[in-house]
Design a protein around this ligand. Structure first.
Ligand code: ADQ
Length: 476
């Protein structure tokens, strides 16, 4: 019999009501697998406790068993707001200028991961496979191994892997990478992120790593399998959202409100990695270079506020408020405003209606692990009259979505040219591009991503337990 699947991530997003229209594709896909394999989803509850207690609250969420741990306020500060969001997130997105190198954050990260391991280890049964997600929990496999866990453990990184020259600015970078060699399988979204990881292992002095056939790696006396697993969206769910009553109503409402102007849309969390300032400047350049087209277009930028407790996010928020206000003040007419800038979230069916009403989708992050908005935009289009995707070459999605108009998001002139080209692309060309892109969206459906990762993890060649004891001794 196949063993259970245990999913571990910082926040547990298994929905209470799986039918709700706002549930993301990743949460749906993982929940479905957990229902199938009778598994468990483990993570932080989002709550704080006055004093650490090594226990989890076990609950049922729409047929999925979840195990939630409360953290002390100091853990939240140092592990979550600190090392995860002020150190690793900016560094992995190549923002060394925003990266905090505080010793206390690193200590909090190690302590909290060790705490997670303390609670998780007793919940793991001998046949379980464990799938750990993202940069919050990189060393967790090492901490589980220290507690005697021998199960197969996989790790998937949702963000980019950084270039070695930047990673080495992190104190204890080698310890972080060494801890990854306690996994059986490490997955990345793209070949590019995987190659950067391999470059570190092969080239960093003192690591003494070896590149083996088939993307396996050896270093620190251990061996790990790596692979490329591009994530996607829940295509069927998204198509249903598009066809739903609310999706259709939102489309009608958007269409009416644009008053025959061509809608350009951007949908991103408010994050400095998403290239929002550069995007607005590129759009301004377009308005400047094409005065005749000004009143024919409209940019809708939907940007929910995120991580507002972190200073860098308050700064970018203030800068965007000012920039959107300035561009509107400078270019608006009495009956036209160039930018609608909204800080709010929408349900998935509403988003589908908004995307479908747009002639152009602007997805221009400065660096992004994958970017699911690019795939959602494509899936929402009307095949007879599809909109055009403008995509940053620095999004992981660009590795697969070469039929989009690929741009360098740092160049306002390139952005402006791409907007012009997208708005004037003939229908036949729009259809041809859309069909190719939609094929990619289908081929990378989130359930394919999930099943391929889990199947690879279950099949990975493992060192015998004796070898593993040697590895554990090495790590201690
Ligand atoms: P994110 O950085 O959050 O994810 P992304 O992949 O674009 O980036 O996913 C964002 C999700 O949030 C999308 O499903 C989108 O629809 C939703 N969203 C954004 N704005 C919204 C709004 N206003 N209302 C409602 N929903 C909104 C991280 C990595 C990415 C990687 C994913 C998955 O940074 O690179 O693609 O994980 O691995």
């Amino acid at each position: 019999m196949t063993g259970r699947l245990i999913v571990v991530s910082n926040r547990v997003s298994a929905p209470k009501d799986p039918a709700a229209g706002s549930v993301g594709g990743l949460a749906m896909a993982l929940s479905a697998a957990l229902r199938k394999f009778d598994g468990l989803w483990f993570g932080w509850s989002g709550e704080t406790t006055a004093e650490w207690k090594p226990e989890a609250k076990i609950e049922d969420r729409g047929g999925v068993t979840v195990a939630l741990v409360d953290l002390e306020a100091q853990d939240v500060d140092e592990y979550y707001n600190g090392y995860a969001n002020k150190t690793l997130w900016p560094l992995f997105h190549h923002r060394v200028d925003l990266t905090a190198y505080e010793r206390s954050y690193g200590e909090g990260y190690e302590r909290t991961n060790a705490r997670f391991a303390e609670v998780l280890a007793p919940l793991i049964q001998p046949d379980d496979v464990v799938w750990i997600h993202d940069y919050h929990m990189i060393p967790l496999a090492r901490d589980l191994r220290r507690r005697g866990i021998r199960n197969r453990i996989g790790f998937f990184l949702h963000v980019p892997w950084p270039a070695r020259q930047l990673l080495v600015t992190l104190p204890h970078h080698r310890r972080l990478v060494e801890s990854m060699f306690d996994y059986d399988l490490i997955g990345f979204h793209t070949r590019e992120w995987l190659d950067l990881f391999r470059d570190y292992v092969a080239s960093e002095p003192g690591v003494d790593g070896r590149l083996l056939p088939n993307d396996a790696l050896e270093a620190f006396g251990r061996r790990v399998q790596t692979g490329v697993f591009p994530i996607g969206i829940d295509v069927e769910g998204f198509e249903q959202a598009k066809e739903s009553a609310l999706g259709a109503r939102t489309f009608d409402r958007m269409f009416a409100s644009t008053a025959f102007r061509k809608l350009i849309v951007g949908v991103d969390r408010l994050d400095y990695s998403k290239g929002l300032e550069q995007r607005l400047l590129g759009y301004e350049q377009f308005l400047e270079s094409h005065p005749d087209m000004r009143s024919e277009v409209l940019l809708l930028q939907v940007t929910p506020i995120s991580r507002d407790e972190v200073d860098a996010y308050q700064d970018i928020r203030a800068r965007l408020d000012a920039l959107a206000g300035r561009i509107n003040g400078e270019y608006a007419e009495m009956d036209w405003q160039p930018i609608r800038y909204l800080n709010r979230t929408y349900r998935r069916d509403q988003l589908a209606g908004i995307y479908r009403a747009a002639r152009v989708g602007l997805v221009t992050p400065l660096r992004d692990g994958m970017n699911l908005v690019a795939k959602e935009f494509v899936a929402a289009q009307d095949p007879e009259d599809p909109g055009v995707l403008i995509l940053s070459r620095f999004a992981g999605a660009a590795e697969q979505m070469g039929e989009a108009l690929l741009v360098n998001p740092f160049s306002r002139e390139e952005l402006s040219d791409a907007i012009h080209r997208a708005l004037t692309l003939p229908l036949a060309e729009r259809r041809r591009k859309w069909e190719a892109l939609m094929q990619v969206v289908r081929d990378t459906d989130v359930s394919i991503w999930r099943d391929e990762f889990v199947a690879t993890l279950r099949a990975v060649d493992r060192p015998s337990d004796d070898d593993h004891d040697a590895g554990a001794a090495h790590a201690a």
